[in-house]
Design a protein around this ligand. Structure first.
Ligand SMILES: *[C@@H]1O[C@H](CO)[C@@H](O)[C@H](O)[C@H]1NC(C)=O
Ligand SMILES: *[C@@H]1O[C@H](CO)[C@@H](O)[C@H](O)[C@H]1NC(C)=O
Length: 279
C-alpha cells in the first residue's frame, strides 16, 4: 500500500514538473478583424523548452482545418472546410495563411500545440476573428431644431455607412466625446450589409443656450474610422455664452431617454475635419 502511494506521489510530482517545463504558450497572433477578400496569416507562438514538437493543430470553431506534424511527410495537412483556403506553401509550424477570406469564416480560431512522447503535453489558445466589409464613405449627422428653443429636446441623428458587422457610432458635442446615446438601431441593406443609426437627445436647461457643434464618428474595429461633417446649431436669438445645458458629460448636455417626432430644418453646416483613415 505504502509503495503504491509513494509511486503515485512521485508520478504526480514528475507530471507537475514535466508540465511546468514542457510547453509554454507565448502568443496567438490572430487579428480581431480582417477585410473580406484579403488574405490573413494566423500565428501561434509557443516555447517547447527543449521538448520535441509533436503537432500543431488549427481549428475554426471546433473543426480542424490545418495540422503540422514534423514526423510526417509531408508535415502539413489541410482539412477541407467551406470558405477556408489554406496557402500550404507559406504555412508551417507557427503560421497558417488563409487566402481570400469570406464573411462566413468569422468565428473562434484555435491553436493547439502538443509536445511529443512521453507526456504529449498539450496547450490550447483561441481568439475571435471577424471578416469585415469596411464602409465606403463617411457617416451623416442631422438634427431637428425644433427642440431647445421650445423646451423640447434637440435630436441629433447619425447614420453610419453600411458595413458588416454594423459600425460603432460616437457623438461629439462641441468637440467633446459624448458617452453613449439615447437610442440606436440597425437595419439590413439590400446587399446584406448592416447600417447603424444612433440618436442623441439634448435638453437645454434654464431656457437659453449657446451654439452647439455636433458631429459623429463611425468606426469598424481598427479597419475604418471616419467623421461626419459637423453641424452647427445656433439659437435664433443669441444668448450669453453661458452654456445652460447639463448632463453626464462635461460639455454640458443631457442625454434624454426618449425621443419625440422631429422636423428637419435648414442649418448652418460647417465642413469639419472630414477624414477617413483606412488602415
Ligand atoms: C510567421 O509570420 C510572422 C508575421 O507574418 C513572421 O514575422 C514570422 O517570421 C513567421 N514565422 C514563421 C516561422 O514562418
Ligand atoms: C465597438 O466598440 C466595442 C467597445 O469598444 C468593441 O468591443 C467592438 O469591437 C466595436 N465593434 C466594432 C464593429 O468596431
Amino acid at each position: 500500500m505504502m509503495v503504491t502511494k509513494g509511486l503515485l506521489i512521485l508520478l504526480f510530482l514528475f507530471q507537475k514538473i514535466y508540465n511546468n517545463i514542457g510547453l509554454k504558450f507565448i502568443r496567438l497572433n490572430v487579428p480581431r478583424a480582417v477585410r473580406t477578400g484579403h488574405s490573413v496569416t494566423l500565428g501561434c507562438e509557443y516555447d517547447l523548452e527543449n521538448a520535441p514538437l509533436y503537432s500543431v493543430k488549427w481549428y475554426r470553431e471546433s473543426d480542424e482545418f490545418y495540422r503540422y506534424v514534423p514526423k510526417e511527410e509531408p508535415p502539413t495537412r489541410v482539412f477541407t472546410q467551406q470558405g477556408l483556403h489554406v496557402d500550404v506553401s507559406v504555412s508551417n509550424a507557427h503560421n497558417v495563411t488563409l487566402l481570400s477570406v469570406g464573411r462566413d469564416i468569422s468565428g473562434q480560431f484555435q491553436c493547439e500545440v502538443s509536445a511529443d512522447a512521453p507526456l504529449f503535453h498539450t496547450e490550447l489558445k483561441s481568439a475571435q476573428m471577424t471578416v469585415a466589409v469596411v464602409p465606403v464613405g463617411v457617416p451623416l449627422v442631422t438634427v431637428d431644431k425644433s427642440g431647445l428653443e421650445h423646451g423640447r429636446p434637440l435630436i441629433a441623428t447619425c447614420h453610419a455607412p453600411p458595413s458588416h458587422p454594423a459600425a460603432n457610432i460616437t457623438f461629439f458635442v462641441n468637440d467633446e466625446k459624448v458617452p453613449g446615446y439615447t437610442s440606436e438601431w440597425t437595419t439590413a441593406t439590400e446587399d446584406q450589409l448592416e447600417q447603424k443609426t444612433a440618436q442623441l437627445e439634448l435638453t437645454g436647461v434654464g431656457g437659453s443656450w449657446g451654439a452647439l457643434r455636433i458631429r459623429c464618428e463611425a468606426s469598424l474595429f481598427r479597419l475604418y474610422r471616419a467623421n461626419s461633417v459637423a453641424i452647427e446649431v445656433k439659437p435664433d436669438t443669441p444668448q450669453p455664452a453661458s452654456v445652460l445645458l447639463m448632463g453626464p458629460s462635461s460639455n454640458g448636455v443631457r442625454i434624454n431617454g426618449y425621443f419625440q417626432q422631429w422636423f428637419t430644418v435648414q442649418l448652418a453646416m460647417i465642413i469639419s475635419a472630414c477624414m477617413v483613415s483606412i488602415t
